[in-house]
Design a protein around this ligand. Structure first.
Ligand SMILES: [Zn+2]
Length: 131
């Protein structure tokens, strides 16, 4: 789910009720068979392969907007003024980064650091030249 949010998709845990416009993703064949709305049964237990399954079924690479959504709470991120985040983030990050985003809901601050390069490489491995 966090990887879907990183890619910009509106993803949240199963709430117990069907919601129109949402696709129910599950690895449980039993739940998948019981569900009446649109659903997709995922086979792999490896997140990269899971994304590949979604790509082959839904071509999700066409709709992804990476790093626009909070991975913790699913809200859309907004730009943050560097001065505004100065006291919240490590100083070395503040000194080496120009652009910050923040979550208007939970307050989490985001920036492009080395951790992001790693995930970008992972996404490139999954989506090849589409990422
Ligand atoms: Zn948040």
């Amino acid at each position: 789910m966090k990887k879907l949010r990183l890619l910009g998709f509106d993803a949240k845990p199963w709430s117990g009720i069907s919601e129109s416009g949402r696709i129910f993703l599950t690895r449980s064949r039993e739940r998948w068979e019981k569900y009446t709305g649109e659903s997709f049964l995922i086979f792999s237990d490896n997140w990269k392969n899971q994304l590949k399954e979604l790509e082959s079924r839904y071509s999700i690479s066409k709709e992804m907007k990476p790093f626009t959504r909070c991975v913790e709470c699913n809200s859309m991120l907004i730009d943050a003024n560097p001065e505004e985040v100065r006291n919240i983030i490590p100083e070395r990050v503040f000194l080496s980064t120009d652009h910050f985003k923040k979550c208007p809901n939970c307050g989490r601050i985001y920036w492009m650091g080395t951790h992001v390069e790693r995930i970008i490489n992972d996404f490139k491995e999954v989506f090849n030249d589409k990422f």
